[in-house]
Write a protein that binds this ligand. Structure first.
Ligand SMILES: Cc1ncc(COP(=O)(O)O)c(C=O)c1O
Length: 465
C-alpha cells in the first residue's frame, strides 16, 4: 500500500470519530425560555458517542500490553460500546465477544454481528451477582478465553477518560465554553463524569445535570445517599442497578428523573419535529433538560449530549404497535397516573423527623394506623423509611432502648416515582417494591402501597360499570 494518502482521504474509519455538530433545538423545547442545544453523537461512524470510549479503551489496553495481536475483546455491553469496539477490532484484526441483556433491541444485536462479533444474550431480570447475569457471564467468558481482554466499561478508567480527553475538549473548543448547563443521561457515568470533570475545571459555575430513568438507583442515591432496589424499565443505555466505579456522582449539581413514556414521546418528537434521528436515551436527556429548565428563574444556555441513533430502535420506539402495547401511545391523559391515586387518598403523608426517637416512631404508627414512616431531614427532604418490621426487629434486639434515634432504623426498601408516573408502570414496580414514595422537586407528596393501587383500580372498575 502506498505511504501517501490520497488527497482528502483518511487512513481508516476511526479517523472519522468525533467532530460531531452541536445543534439548536427549535421546536420541542418551546415551552421553556432557556435555549437548548444538542451534541449529535449518532454521527460517529459506529453510531454513538461510545466510539470515542472504544478507541480510548483499546488504545489504553494496547499500550499496557493487555490486548495483543490476535486477541479477543470481551465486553458486557448494551450495544453502543460493542459497536465502537467491534469497529476498531475489525480494522485491527481482534476478535470480539459481547454479552448483552435480553431487553436490547434486535437491531443492536444484528449490528454487532454485522461487524463479525459473537453475541451472547442473558436475562435482564436477575441480580448482577446471579451467575446468569450479563456481568457474571462476561467474566466467565473472559476466564475461559485465551488472549482475552475484558473492556469492562463499568470499571475501566479509560471510559470516563475518553470523555475527559476527547468529547469535552471538543465541546469546549466548539462552544468556547459558552454554555451554563451540561445535561447527560447516566449509564456507566463515563459521559457525565469525564465531561463533567473537564467542564468544572474550566468553569466551576457550569451546572452538571444527570438524567436517570425511574427504576434506576442513581436518583435516590444522589438525593438520599441510599441504594434502593432498582426495577426494570424500557429505555436503553441509561440507569443502573449498581454503582459503577466509572461514575463520579460527587460532580453532579442535580439529577432529574424521567419515565419511559416521556423519553419515548420526546425521542419521536426530536426525529419528527427537529429532524434529529436519535435514540431513546436522547429523548430522556432532552426531557431531563426541559424539566430542569422549568425550575430555572433565569433562562440559561443548556447543552445536552445525545448518545446514539434512532436506527437501533425502529422496531420499538418508532413502531406504533410496540408503543401502544406497552402503554406509551394513545393514553388518556386525564386518568391513570400516580397523581390520580394520590387524589383518592386524602390526608397528608405522615412522616417522622431525623431527630425523632424510636418511641416517637411507634407513637406515630399507632396513632395513624400505618405501617411505614418516611423520615424527613431539616430541609423537608425524605431520607428513607422506617417500617413496623424495622421497629419490631429493633425492639427484639434492643430491650428498653426507646429513646434511641429513629434515624438508625432507616432502610432503603422502597422505590421512588413522580406524580406523573403511569399506573401501568406502578403495577410492575410493585412486583419488586413494597412501598413507593411519590416525590416531585425534592418534595415528598405521598406514600403508596399495593392496597392503594388495589383500591384505586377497584373504584375505577366500579365506576365503569
Ligand atoms: C444509548 C446510550 N445512552 C446513554 C448512555 C450512557 O452513557 P454513559 O455510559 O457514558 O453514562 C449509554 C451507555 O451505554 C448508551 O448506550
Amino acid at each position: 500500500m502506498a505511504d501517501q494518502l490520497m488527497k482528502g482521504a483518511v487512513a481508516d474509519i476511526t479517523a472519522a470519530v468525533g467532530k460531531t455538530p452541536i445543534v439548536r433545538l427549535n421546536h420541542v423545547a418551546e415551552e421553556v425560555k432557556s435555549e437548548i442545544y444538542v451534541k449529535v453523537e449518532y454521527l460517529n461512524p459506529a453510531g454513538s458517542m461510545k466510539d470515542r470510549v472504544a478507541m480510548n479503551i483499546i488504545r489504553d489496553a494496547e499500550e499496557r500490553g493487555m490486548l495483543r495481536p490476535g486477541g479477543t475483546i470481551i465486553e458486557a455491553t448494551s450495544g453502543n460500546t460493542g459497536a465502537g469496539l467491534a469497529m476498531v477490532a475489525a480494522i485491527r484484526g481482534y476478535k470480539c465477544v459481547f454479552v448483552m441483556p435480553d431487553k436490547m433491541s434486535q437491531e443492536k444485536i444484528d449490528g454487532l454481528r454485522a461487524y463479525g462479533a459473537k453475541v451472547v444474550i442473558c436475562p435482564t431480570a436477575v441480580e448482577p451477582s446471579d451467575p446468569r447475569s450479563y456481568y457474571s457471564v462476561s467474566r466467565r467468558i473472559v476466564e475461559e478465553t485465551p488472549g482475552a481482554f475484558y473492556a469492562n466499561q463499568y470499571h475501566n478508567p479509560a471510559n470516563p477518560e475518553a470523555h475527559y480527553v476527547n468529547t469535552a475538549p471538543e465541546i469546549w473548543e466548539q462552544t468556547g465554553g459558552d454554555f451554563d448547563v451540561f445535561v447527560a443521561g447516566m449509564g456507566t457515568g463515563g459521559t457525565i463524569s469525564g465531561c463533567g470533570r473537564y467542564f468544572k475545571e474550566r468553569n466551576p459555575d457550569v451546572q452538571l445535570i444527570g438524567v436517570d430513568p425511574i427504576g434506576s438507583l442513581y436518583y435516590e442515591y444522589v438525593k438520599t445517599g441510599r441504594l434502593t432496589k432498582a426495577f426494570s424499565y424500557y429505555v436503553e443505555g441509561i440507569g443502573e442497578d449498581f454503582l459503577p466505579s466509572t461514575m463520579n456522582l460527587s460532580l453532579l449539581d442535580d439529577v432529574v428523573q424521567v419515565d419511559d413514556r416521556e423519553c419515548f414521546l420526546m425521542t419521536r418528537d426530536l426525529v419528527r419535529r427537529e429532524g434529529i434521528f436519535c435514540g431513546g436515551s436522547c429523548g430522556a436527556a432532552v426531557m431531563g433538560a426541559i424539566k430542569y429548565a422549568r425550575t430555572l428563574k433565569e433562562p440559561k444556555k443548556i447543552l445536552v449530549l445525545l448518545p446514539d441513533s434512532a436506527q437501533k430502535y425502529l422496531s420499538k420506539i418508532f413502531n406504533d404497535e410496540w408503543m401502544r402495547s406497552n402503554g406509551f401511545l394513545d393514553v388518556d391523559e386525564t386518568s391513570g397516573t400516580v397523581a390520580h391515586i394520590l387524589k383518592q387518598k386524602p390526608g397528608q403523608v405522615i412522616t417522622a423527623e431525623l431527630s425523632s426517637t424510636v418511641r416517637d416512631g411507634i407513637k406515630l404508627l399507632k396513632k395513624h394506623g400505618i405501617s411505614q414512616l418516611p423520615v424527613l431531614d431539616d430541609h423537608q427532604r425524605h431520607c428513607g423509611i422506617v417500617s413496623e418490621l424495622d421497629l419490631l426487629n429493633f425492639l427484639l434486639q434492643n430491650e428498653g432502648q426507646l429513646d434511641q434515634p429513629l434515624k438508625e432504623l432507616i432502610t432503603s426498601d422502597y422505590a421512588t416515582v413522580s406524580p406523573h408516573t403511569r399506573i401501568q408502570l406502578l403495577k410492575s414496580i410493585f412486583n419488586d417494591a413494597k412501598v413507593v414514595l411519590v416525590v416531585e422537586n425534592d418534595r415528598l407528596l405521598g406514600l403508596l402501597t399495593k392496597i392503594d393501587l388495589i383500591d384505586y383500580l377497584a373504584s375505577e372498575q366500579a365506576a365503569a360499570k
